[in-house]
Design a protein around this ligand. Structure first.
Ligand code: GDP
Length: 339
């Protein structure tokens, strides 16, 4: 069922108007959902107008899901875990959506076939929806469009959203700003667990899962858990009292998935009851508001020919030693202000 839906959205022939798209999303039509996400990813002006109307209409039906960001190095087993966790969620009566993002363009970008082989069971299930990464031409991979895609998925009835990104140093903080809960997936190493990961990424995590805790790896995974637990105890106290758990699991053998699920439920309950969840979502909305403004300012600033003219003239005065960088910058700013 899913295959047909996605191929149709890729080669969409039928034209829908905005109201039809909105109604289609509300009725749970994943073909139309795919179409709408393509619109929010588009940078064409006319598409932006339509996308804006659709997202606006969807806002009131959104927000009723748990949004999970998942990161970890390539090969850690994120897709296998997403498949297992997603299936577990379906078993609990949820509808699961996966938005995968790959800012490094290291993987099979935007390839439906690529994601199909990675999350096979979810792909075949009608209560699951998988949206591959935007094409590599999209700016930065993670952006306001991903946030809008989350809103559309929620309005389409998906109430368990997983946003996957490859942990290569980019994208994590943007995904953190989209998700209620941020899960870091690691694999057992040979005692040098923490060397490969940036401190900043560990600090973003709401839980760490050591995957591939099976066979010969089980003991190593248990050791890794202790190392992570110690590192987290030293550095990490969430201001609202959440103790960041470290779990082991085998996504492949589906061992420990119930423990990961329990962590998510505990987090949801605790963060909802103390008001943190809604506070965090408000902060995130504010973040994306200013993020869009900043992107707008930057794009317009750097593509302005007058700005270029003024800056390159001032740059020359710096290079020739006629003005100090500070002086030249101040002169440039006063000229820019007159534009
Ligand atoms: P991703 O790049 O993080 O999405 O990783 P994948 O989910 O594609 O998994 C990478 C490889 O690790 C695949 O060959 C999986 O079969 C394997 N793998 C994933 N989870 C486990 C696990 O729990 N145990 C073992 N032994 N292998 C796993």
């Amino acid at each position: 069922m899913f295959q047909a839906a996605d191929w149709k959205s890729l080669f969409m022939i039928k034209k829908y108007n905005e109201d039809q798209i909105i109604q289609g999303i509300f009725s749970g039509d994943v073909n139309i959902l795919s179409r709408a996400i393509t619109l929010v990813e588009s940078r064409k002006k006319e598409d932006r107008v339509s996308a804006g109307k659709i997202v606006q209409a969807c806002l009131e039906k959104s927000g009723r899901s748990l949004r999970i960001g998942i990161t970890g190095p390539p090969g850690a087993g994120k897709s296998t875990l997403i498949d297992a966790l997603g299936m577990y969620a379906l078993g609990q009566g949820k509808k699961a959506a996966v938005l995968s993002i790959d800012p490094s363009s290291s993987r099979n970008h935007g390839s439906i076939l690529g994601d199909k082989t990675r999350m096979q069971r979810l792909f075949r299930n009608e209560n699951a929806y998988i949206r591959p990464s935007p094409s590599s031409g999209m700016s930065g991979g993670v952006g306001p469009a991903t946030r809008e895609a989350v809103i559309l998925c929620e309005s389409c009835g998906f109430n368990f959203i997983m946003i996957e990104t490859v942990g290569v140093g980019q994208g994590e903080s943007a995904v953190r700003s989209l998700a209620d809960f941020f899960l870091l997936v690691q694999i057992p190493g040979a005692g040098d667990e923490l060397q490969g990961i940036k401190r900043g990424v560990l600090e973003l995590a709401d839980a760490v899962v050591i995957n591939k805790a099976d066979g010969d790896n089980l003991q190593r995974a248990q050791n890794a858990r202790s190392i992570y637990k110690n590192a987290i105890m030293l550095t990490q106290t969430k201001e609202w009292g959440w103790q960041v758990p470290v779990e082991i699991c085998s996504a492949q053998n589906e061992v420990g998935i119930d423990r990961v699920w329990r962590i998510l439920k505990d987090y949801q309950k605790a963060s909802e009851s103390c008001g943190f969840l809604s506070r965090q979502r408000k902060e995130q909305s504010k973040y994306w508001f200013y993020e869009v403004i900043n992107r707008f300012i930057q794009e317009n600033f750097w593509s302005n020919t007058d700005v270029h003219r003024i800056l390159s003239a001032k740059e020359k005065t710096v290079l020739s030693g006629k003005a100090s960088p500070l002086q030249a910058a101040e002169d440039a700013i006063s000229e820019l202000k007159k534009l």
